[in-house]
Design a protein around this ligand. Structure first.
Ligand SMILES: [Zn+2]
Ligand SMILES: [Zn+2]
Length: 382
């Protein structure tokens, strides 16, 4: 019976679940652009849903034809997030990299910490999650690399800051040195969601939330809008149950629950994470020696054009494109569930020519809002 089935098996079977069709087509198109011709409809390929074990997102079986399985639950989960198309493409292209291009896992990293290849996977390296910043200029590079491993490293993968990020003038500073509203920005007191007080010239916030949350101030001045170039920084310290709890700096829109915020988080194990709250998980996780595992760290984001530049204790750490669309004036911090955060020296800067004098921002009128965040998900293995 087995032999009979084997003899009759159609080695050119072409069976693609409609959910994956667009990505299989795209793979053929991207290959064709690079003078590599594939004709799966005649040569055969199977891509189907399965219930995979061991936290797997996808699995490639080296059969005739090549058969790829994608975990149904994971696919549905990422479908509801802002980065769904990029994440799905990354997953299907990775599996086709194995099955069609014969690529094996490659877990090298660039100088800036980015994965060198979308073929990262298999056995974890230093327990780093598989999250890959598969977006915009990096997406283009990763597809190039998928079809041509000898491609050279893109400029952004160095630790060199390639953009002039100087020329910002502070237009709002919160010193937290006294209980005056002009120093605190935030309202002090014991609220249902958190407690806020001044502690030895720093802002001390204790969260009562059971999830991570963002505490945001709305700056009542349209010049201080994240769609313009800006700089945003503060010193931050965190105490919480776990050294892997993530906390940090955030800005964005918070009018409805669908609005998203962009974030720059760290933990107390010298890791940084950047991302957008509408996405499934952080873009990627990077180990940074500049991060102090305890005490204060100074975090800073500078926007120039479409890019965000991340700094840790005045050292340039990373660059990537902003994901936030639209316009907004919310700036604040992210606090883990039931954690304590100390903030100091919070500053927002604009380009020197942005025509805003510091006194036009009345910090006594800052509005406050809070946004509950889902705990960041790690990407699954593939
Ligand atoms: Zn202070
Ligand atoms: Zn793989």
């Amino acid at each position: 019976m087995g032999l009979f089935l084997n003899a009759c098996k159609d080695v050119n079977e072409y069976r693609i679940d409609p959910a994956f069709d667009v990505y299989v087509q795209r793979f053929e198109e991207e290959a064709a652009k690079r003078n590599q011709a594939f004709h799966f409809e005649t040569d055969g390929l199977i891509v189907e849903f399965a219930n995979l074990k061991d936290d797997q997102a996808g699995l490639c079986h080296f059969e005739h034809p090549i058969r790829i399985e994608v975990d149904r639950t994971y696919w549905q989960k990422i479908s509801n997030t802002a980065g769904a198309d990029a994440m799905k493409e990354n997953l299907i292209f990775h599996e086709m990299g194995h099955g069609i291009l014969g690529r094996k896992h490659l877990n090298d990293v660039f100088e800036n910490g980015d994965w060198k290849s979308m073929m990262c996977g298999g056995t974890k390296v230093n327990n780093r999650p598989w999250n890959i910043n598969y977006r915009r200029q990096r997406r283009i590079y990763y597809i190039d690399e998928l079809f041509n491993q000898s491609i050279s490293a893109p400029p952004y993968t160095t630790t060199q800051l390639l953009q002039d990020t100087t020329g910002f003038v502070n237009v709002m500073t919160l010193s937290f040195d006294s209980n005056k509203k002009t120093d605190t920005g935030w309202n002090l007191g014991d609220f249902s969601t958190h407690t806020m007080l001044i502690d030895n010239k720093r802002l001390k916030c204790v969260s009562k939330y059971t999830t991570s949350s963002a505490l945001l101030l709305t700056v009542q001045n349209q010049a201080v809008d994240f769609r313009n170039d800006f700089s945003f920084e503060f010193n931050i310290e965190c105490q919480s149950n776990s050294a892997s709890d993530k906390y940090g700096l955030t800005f964005g829109i918070n009018n409805t629950t669908n609005d998203t915020i962009e974030y720059f988080k760290i933990d107390r194990q010298q890791n940084m994470f950047m991302g957008n709250s509408g996405w499934y998980g952080f873009y990627t996780q990077l180990r940074r020696n500049e991060l102090k595992p305890s005490g204060n760290n100074k975090l800073k984001i500078i926007r120039v054009g479409a890019s965000l530049y991340y700094f840790i204790n005045n050292v340039y750490a990373y660059q990537t494109e902003i994901e936030l669309q639209g316009s907004g004036t919310n700036f604040g911090f992210i606090i883990p569930a039931r954690a304590t955060i100390w903030l100091d020296a919070m500053k927002i800067g604009l380009k020197g020519n942005a025509k805003l004098s510091p006194q036009t921002i009345d910090v006594r009128n800052l509005k406050f809002s809070i946004k509950a965040l889902e705990n960041s998900d790690q990407l699954r293995a593939n």
